[in-house]
Design a binder for this molecule. Structure first.
Ligand SMILES: [Zn+2]
Length: 141
């Protein structure tokens, strides 16, 4: 009788990172569920928004997103953490506040300088502006 005592065949890992565009990964689901379970001390307008808007805002707030800085440092999935503008790491703060490639879209949504805190944690109207900016800039976060 022949017994196969060798190691089990290596699982095919090539599809491990394949995800439909902008899907929600398991670890993101955990982040989102934890955020939703947390008792609310003061009501955040974010809870009144659409699920897609909520996902985008959580991704921007937590830094757990598809921007180069996170994809490069955490997953080595982006070749570099730097933004396409070449000026600094592509983070939520960079795209919302400073990226020169998005100046036009930014000025349309925020004609005057607006603090990052307002863009991520402001009133519903402010949060809507942020999700509008992400959409009009064609960004996948
Ligand atoms: Zn940039």
């Amino acid at each position: 009788m022949v017994r196969n005592t060798g190691p089990p065949p290596a699982p095919n890992q090539s599809h491990f990172w394949f995800q439909p565009e902008n899907s929600v990964s398991f670890s993101e689901q955990k982040t989102i569920i934890k955020a939703l379970m947390r008792p609310r001390t003061n009501r955040d307008d974010y809870h009144t928004m659409s699920r897609e808007q909520q996902v985008n805002l959580i991704r921007l707030r937590t830094g757990h997103n598809r921007l180069n800085a996170h994809m490069n440092r955490k997953f080595k999935l982006a070749p570099s953490p730097t933004c396409a503008c070449g000026q600094e790491d592509q983070t939520a703060e960079h795209i919302l506040q400073r990226c020169p490639l998005l100046d036009e879209e930014r000025k349309e949504v925020w004609p005057s300088p607006t603090p990052l805190q307002t863009k991520l944690y402001g009133s519903r109207q402010e949060l809507e502006k942020t999700t509008t900016f992400i959409t009009s800039a064609g960004l996948i976060v």
